[in-house]
Design a protein around this ligand. Structure first.
Ligand code: BF8
Ligand code: SF4
Length: 626
């Protein structure tokens, strides 16, 4: 078959839908990426600055043109400031998402959270205890109100350090204290980064990068960790459940509603409305066989983890899902929502609804969700979607979906292991499992869609390395079939044996991008059980197709937590050799881990295997030469 788009994506559904989009004259992210070529070389190297209006400035990497901005900032300062602002933006995004959840928790506590509940009261009490919130003699609502207040303190500037940092191994906490990078307040570190990077404040590139570490840690062990914990408290801690992936999850004969964005606050309510008797009857009266709610990107991952909701695609698929013509409504909250989506939708009958006061989009109808009206608003929008079913033209759903297992929280992994991480540790010690790798992050049109994720995951599992994944990487690996339990056949003999014994696939879906913190918590549990630091473990991280500022922040908090991390696309740092050297080598002496950049997943797999074997050797475990 003619597959003209096989250089854009490895996914059959995307290839076929790209052909359909071309027939329908729809412009996609790949064409816009092409239209931007060549992209600015100064910006790619991090050498342009527009932090003030004496500029914009740029430094010539070839040493011929200007070597300093108007203010006198050199390449090191400019690159460090740009990277610092990137980290701040990523930390702000995840942490502000966390704050929205804390607000809902507070509203539930005060009795104003109509429709929201405490779904995991045990976890509520556990986390409240970590925050020192009294639970004795209190009901769940009082505890929720107290916990929300305590978490808000973590966002402020009154504390000496954020609370959940105490979950890290003692050695790691000590290292951060000695370096002076223990985050004090979640908002404080982001705000301070914006201050330091103003013209004429912090002009020492090393000091800027150290603050970048503190800023990223305020997300990883702060805002994102709060987001995950509060989501579990409000919507339930994930347990393994069957689900399906790719565009084939759309139903020809049902009302299709897609949720897109990140925060489960809106999508949970929409799911509830879509399952209501009233809406199902309405759908039937319109000739539909039901209401099919599916997700894209991380809000989809959130619903998948807790309810088994199917996933239609990841970041680069979001326009293509609409080009099926089979979607009655796409609801968006925030982050990673391309502003082009409403233009694509306008070629079909699809209604586009934005839901957050902080994320508006041209061409979308705005229906704002607040805790007190969320249940009602969800019914209103689902009704609109159902009524739109009659307007559907010809639908093109070119593939069948792929089955998968999702929902691996740390709690459910430990449960699957029989109540303690020991069996996993024993398997690692014995070498049946060589180590574990978190594959995380986005798609990026600079890399063939899903090629980086899938090739890397395949190479790792066949070498007996357990893979956990989140975000768009998790969707890629599921579409490739790695999350069916019989995918264990693709793994090496040791991993295959363990997966078979536990009834789990070799690639475990741990959730959305804020859920990367689940990986930190799991790594801490392993380190504590072995009485070592995270940086001593045979583990690694990878973001083979990252694009987002959030992913940059995740990478920094992984490395700062002691996890060697391989990036696919190069971050905009090559304008400063000092910074490249620090991030790829020097950091080893500082935090016991570094970044590597390797766009070729085959080579990335070798780097990671080498790293894992060297850590095994240092722990005195049987190691192999790679
Ligand atoms: O937060 S993986 S493209 S959807 S940024 Fe965005 Fe990247 Fe996807 Fe999830 Ni995360
Ligand atoms: Fe130019 Fe300095 Fe202003 Fe940046 S801060 S735009 S380098 S003058």
């Amino acid at each position: 078959m003619n597959k003209p788009f096989e250089n854009s994506t490895i996914c059959e559904d995307s290839q076929l839908l790209l052909q359909k989009a071309a027939r329908d004259q729809i412009e996609t992210v790949w064409e816009r990426h092409q239209a931007q070529q060549p992209q600015c070389g100064f910006c790619e190297m991090g050498l342009s600055c527009r932090n003030c209006v004496m500029g914009p400035c740029r430094v010539d990497p070839f040493g011929e043109g200007p070597q300093k901005g108007v203010c006198g900032a050199d390449a090191d300062i400019i690159v460090a400031r740009n990277l610092g602002r990137m980290i701040a933006a990523g930390a702000a995004s995840h942490s502000d998402h966390g704050r929205d959840l804390v607000d809902v928790l507070g509203e539930v506590g005060s009795g104003n959270g109509s429709g929201y509940q405490i779904r995991d009261p045990e976890k509520l009490k556990r986390v409240a205890a970590e925050y020192g919130v009294a639970t004795d003699g209190k009901d769940d609502f009082q505890i929720a109100a107290g916990l929300a207040d305590a978490m808000k303190e973590d966002y402020g500037c009154k504390q000496k350090s954020i609370t959940l940092i105490s979950r890290a191994p003692a050695k790691r906490q000590e290292l951060w204290n000695n370096l002076g990078v223990t985050p004090r307040g979640i908002d404080r570190e982001t705000s301070e980064m914006m201050h330091r990077t103003h013209m004429g404040v912090d002009n020492d590139w090393q000091s800027l990068l150290l603050h970048g570490v503190r800023n990223a840690l305020s997300d990883g062990w702060g805002g994102s960790m709060i987001a995950t914990e509060v989501s579990d408290i409000l919507f339930g801690t994930p347990t393994p459940r069957a689900t399906r992936f790719n565009v084939g999850v759309l139903a020809k004969d049902q009302v299709n509603i897609i949720v897109h964005g990140h925060n489960p606050v809106v999508s949970e309510m929409v799911l509830h409305a879509a399952q209501s008797e009233e809406m199902l009857k309405l759908a039937e009266s319109k000739g539909a066989k039901g209401i099919n709610l599916a997700g894209v990107c991380c809000t989809g991952n959130e619903l998948l983890m807790r309810h088994g909701v199917a996933m239609a695609g990841n970041h680069l698929s979001t326009e293509l899902v609409l080009s099926t013509g089979a979607v009655e409504m796409m609801l968006v909250d925030y982050q990673c929502i391309m502003p082009s989506l409403a233009t694509v939708a306008s070629c079909y009958h699809t209604k586009m609804i934005s839901t957050s006061d902080k994320a508006r989009f041209p061409g979308m109808e705005h229906q704002e969700f607040h805790p007190e009206n969320a249940a009602e608003t969800a019914m209103t929008v689902v009704r609109q979607a159902v009524e739109n079913f009659a307007n559907r033209g010809e639908a093109f759903i070119p593939v069948d979906s792929v089955d998968a297992l999702g929902g691996f929280s740390v709690e459910s992994i430990v449960n699957a292991l029989g109540g303690s991480p020991d069996p996993l540790i024993d398997a690692i010690k014995a070498g049946k499992i060589r180590g574990a790798v978190g594959i995380v992050g986005c798609n990026n049109p600079k890399i063939k869609q899903d090629h980086g994720h899938v090739s890397l995951a395949q190479r790792l599992i066949e070498n007996d390395i357990l893979v956990v994944d989140t975000g768009c990487a998790a969707v890629a690996n599921a579409k490739a079939g790695f999350k069916m339990t019989d995918a264990a056949e693709l793994a090496g003999p040791g991993l295959q044996e363990i997966c078979g014994a536990l009834g789990v696939p070799p690639v475990l879906h741990m959730g959305s991008c804020v859920d990367n913190v689940r990986i930190l918590v799991l790594a801490s549990a392993l380190a504590n059980a072995l009485n070592v630091d995270i940086s001593d473990l045979p583990i690694a991280g990878a973001a083979p197709e990252w694009y987002s500022e959030k992913a940059a922040t995740i990478g920094v908090y992984f490395v700062a937590s002691g996890v060697f991390t391989v990036l696919g696309p190069m971050p905009p740092i090559t304008g400063s050799l000092n910074i490249v050297n620090l991030l790829t080598e020097g950091l080893n002496d500082v935090v016991g881990a570094t970044f590597a950049v390797e766009p070729d997943p085959e080579k990335a797999a070798i780097l990671i295997r080498r790293h894992i074997e060297s850590k095994r050797k240092a722990l005195g475990l049987p190691a192999e030469d790679v």
